[in-house]
Design a protein around this ligand. Sequence first.
Ligand SMILES: Cc1cc2nc3c(=O)[nH]c(=O)nc-3n(C[C@H](O)[C@H](O)[C@H](O)COP(=O)(O)O)c2cc1C
Length: 272
Amino acid sequence: MVSRRFFIVGLTASILASLGVFPAVFAAARRYRPKGYTGEGYYRVEGGSIELPMPSLDGPVSLEKSLAHRRSIREYTSEPLRLEELSQILWAAYGVSEVKHGFKTAPSAGATYPLNVYAVIYPGGVVTLTGEFIEGGSYIYEPEAHRLTLVKKGDMSRELYGACLEQEWVLEAKTSIVITAVYERTTKRYGNRGVRYVLIEVGHAGQNIYLQATALGLATVAIGAFYDDSVREIIGAGEAEHPLYVMPLAGPARKYQIREEELKAYIERRRR
Ligand SMILES: Cc1cc2nc3c(=O)[nH]c(=O)nc-3n(C[C@H](O)[C@H](O)[C@H](O)COP(=O)(O)O)c2cc1C
């Protein structure tokens, strides 16, 4: 049996088709391809920059839930990430959250902000609201403009996987965040102790990525085992930059969740 709604839609469609409206609509849709569309299913913003969707300052998942359900996840779905999700994760990692001085979501010794955050986007890994894929490549995140700027074009997934001692999850992700540090930004103020401060800071940014990914229902894992020089070269970072973390991103094959009763039983057992 044909439903009423189905019937009305079908009738309207045939009337529009008989009036020759469909070809006009499709032609208009083609004309209004988003700026930067390459015509090959890939999306590139002029000048190699992607103005990211504005970060959201609210969300449906509590901090407690994100903490409880955060886990290092190494098995992923094949779904691409949405650009809004990548945008939100970059903001959580190292975005601006104070507009007088440009202070960021991660605390920083003396607000020296020694970290650079890159998104290594795999081909077909990140899809825009209009359904186009972002061109594969290494992009640097500019927190103040909340923008990604292309550093190097191409598919870097296999090279990055090699540089990370062939950890499969690097290859199977849709994008990898790479965080590098320019130690001098902090050591010129704090001397050698600045090295410790930089290493502490990357932990803050890394945890922000974990928690935001969890809140969005996405998966990540902090990777510290890689060849520094190879990662630097692959992403096109400068000589003064030292890669500290690689964090693959994708949908989780299975979500991790702990129930309150499980945790309660665990704590009570340890109290005996
Ligand atoms: C500094 C650091 C380096 C890590 N390096 C790797 C790594 O190279 N590969 C990996 O799969 N996990 C890596 N991990 C993730 C740990 O294995 C993981 O955090 C740990 O097993 C606890 O699991 P959880 O994160 O789910 O709580 C690293 C974690 C940290 C903090």
